[in-house]
Design a protein around this ligand. Structure first.
Ligand code: NAI
Length: 575
């Protein structure tokens, strides 16, 4: 790296020590302040004449870049504009996002990032992160050593096979680790110069991409089976050798691979899968917060999960964890969860049940009284009528699945049904919150995976809480980094969920939302990070900090996008 952050031995303030002077400072997005270099810095750093004469404050610069952002005609153009700003002046980029977080989160992340992944090879400007391909399989350590970062504290890794709800995007999937790490910085203050996005390119089975002459990834079908697993194994070994202590987040792998890699590596290095474990923490947080409205504690909930894939698996496991912590036996906890998928209620006489579904499958004797459709399936509405759940969670990826009949059945089951339509993007949401509120006569407590506008019903306004992973994973990663955690247990995710639930204010609940406002995201991340460290410390998985140091240690470590004074100190970089 061309800079390091130093403490002034006299005044005690921090400053940025740089290796070079002149134009290289303007070309490196981490040192570039553009028109905000002071007169003295311009003189000392040999920048005189390389910039227009006006010296701008950061707020002047923010006005200029925000105007340009607004002038971009489409969301994808806005994404491209922001990516270019990130490549030019990282501090200004993060400050712009920070000042306009609600407006810009949907651009740098879901839903616009999905389109950016699909169009990756056409909108590509400049390399960011690390592209590890199957062709590198015998030289992975050498490739990892090309990374020009002082220290890699966190990496987000994808193989691009299940990008959001958009399927296999091959190398275009790189947009997701880049976007996710941007949120680690924005929402939890993880320094951007310690964060590494990684694309594991093993080919793609997406014909459209393979036929595209501009496609930038390996141009062959996906390597599968032992070749694939050997490659991932070798990659993890190389990571442990080159970046010991780095936190590794698995992202947007296809269900089978996601579960496989998580199980294989979660005890080998500090790693987690956000689609499975992060989603679960956010959902359980929403359930805990909703208990403050319904008065029904988590161990008394009856939960119907519609969708039984990777996300559902994590959610079900963490609900069981929450219920057992509150005193239930594991079998009692599991018996409070009903899973419904494309085949209807999951019953254990179904042939070829996957192990996760088998764990939550119902005994056929238990459901003899349930009506079946002509194909023998027990449909969602019938499950709700028979079970009378207090909670309905959608993780099916099927837009509109929660019909009027489904919502009405929930409203008939209990006074304040909790209905979370988690699927993304917006078109895949199991219901529109307006419908859920209207069909339940304003009784439903609703949250969604994608952002929705406030709903008005019978003269009341309902803010729709967003069950968005962004409330948990940045804080979980930050906690894992600062606490130097060796692993992340299930209880750590439960601790994160509780911390997030506690961050929901009475005002949020009064507005109908069981999630905090995005404006308080950095406070939420701080609380989540502290909870993660404290839990890990209780489990003996955190050597770094004692419990009473946690708050300060986390707060001090959170990077904030502001310009630091800059000094040329090449001697610091010798050797
Ligand atoms: P997946 O493909 O592993 O699972 C989908 C599941 O839905 C499968 O079990 C399938 O059988 C079931 N399903 C499909 N059609 C159905 C129907 N008509 N009725 C009931 N079940 C049906 O996908 P994954 O990773 O579990 O994601 C599912 C959804 O959850 C996606 O749309 C994703 O965007 C969303 N999600 C949302 C998150 C959030 O933060 N809100 C985080 C992670 C995932």
């Amino acid at each position: 790296m061309n800079f390091s952050i130093q403490k002034d031995s006299v005044g005690g303030g921090t400053y940025m020590a740089v290796k070079q002077r002149g134009r290289p400072l303007l070309l490196d997005p981490q040192t570039n302040k553009g028109t905000a270099f002071s007169a003295e810095e311009r003189r000392r750093l040999r920048l005189d004449g390389l910039l227009p004469p006006a010296i701008c404050s950061m707020s002047d610069q923010l006005r200029r870049v925000y105007d340009s952002f607004c002038a971009a005609p489409t969301d994808l153009d806005k994404y491209v504009y922001l990516a270019a700003l990130q490549d030019r002046n990282e501090t200004l980029f993060y400050r712009l996002l920070y000042e306009h977080i609600e407006e810009m989160l949907p651009i740098v992340y879901t839903p616009t990032v999905g389109e950016a992944c699909q169009r990756f090879s056409h909108i590509y400007r400049r390399a960011r992160g690390l592209y590890v391909t199957y062709d590198h399989r015998h030289q992975l350590e050498r490739v990892l050593r090309h990374v020009d970062l002082d220290r890699v504290s966190i990496m987000v890794v994808t193989d691009g096979e299940r990008i959001l709800g958009l399927g296999d995007q091959g190398a275009g999937g790189m947009g997701i680790p880049i976007g996710k790490l941007c949120l680690y910085t924005l929402c939890a203050g993880v320094p951007p110069y310690n964060a590494l996005p990684v694309m594991l390119d093993v080919g793609t089975d997406n014909r459209e991409r393979l036929d595209d002459p501009l496609y930038l990834g390996l141009r062959h079908e996906r390597v599968r089976g032992t070749g694939y697993q050997d490659f991932v194994d070798a990659f993890v070994s190389a990571v442990r050798a080159v970046f010991p202590g780095a936190v590794l987040q698995w992202e947007d792998f296809l269900k089978g691979n996601a579960i496989q890699q998580l199980g294989r590596f979660r005890d080998q290095l500090c790693s987690f899968n956000d689609d499975i474990q992060g989603t679960a923490a956010v959902v359980v947080a929403g359930l805990l917060a909703s208990s403050r409205i319904t008065g029904l504690p988590v161990q008394e909930q009856r939960v119907v999960l519609s969708g039984a894939g990777a996300a559902a698996q994590g959610i079900a496991a963490l609900i069981v964890e929450a219920m057992t912590e509150s005193g239930l036996q594991e079998s009692e906890a599991r018996s409070r969860i009903w899973c419904v998928d494309t085949g209807g209620l999951v019953v254990n006489d179904r042939p070829g049940l996957e192990s996760f579904k088998a764990r939550f499958a119902r005994d056929p004797n238990e459901v003899t009284g349930f009506a079946r459709d002509p194909e023998g399936r027990i449909q969602l509405v019938e499950v709700i009528r028979s079970v009378r759940p207090s909670v309905l969670l959608g993780a099916s990826g099927v837009g509109g699945l929660f019909s009027k009949a489904v919502v009405r059945a929930m409203a008939a089951s209990c006074n304040r049904p909790v209905i979370f339509a988690l699927s993304n993007p917006t078109s895949k949401s199991e219901c529109h919150p307006r419908d859920a509120i209207e069909w339940s006569n304003g009784q439903a407590i609703v949250a969604t995976g994608s952002p929705f506008q406030t709903v008005e019903h019978a003269g009341k306004h309902f803010r729709i809480g967003q069950a968005n992973n962004v409330y948990c994973f940045p804080g979980i990663g930050l906690g894992a980094i600062i606490g130097r955690l060796s692993r992340l247990s299930d209880r750590t995710f439960l601790a994160a969920a509780k911390a997030l639930a506690e961050a929901v204010t009475p005002a949020d609940l009064k507005q109908g939302s069981v999630y905090p406002s995005l404006k308080s995201i950095r406070e939420c991340s701080h609380a989540v990070a502290c909870a993660v460290i404290r839990q890990a410390a209780a489990e003996g998985a955190c050597p770094a900090i004692t419990a009473d140091e946690v708050d300060n240690a986390v707060r001090r470590s959170m990077w904030f996008p502001e310009y630091l004074p800059m000094r040329h100190e090449p001697a610091l970089f010798l050797g």
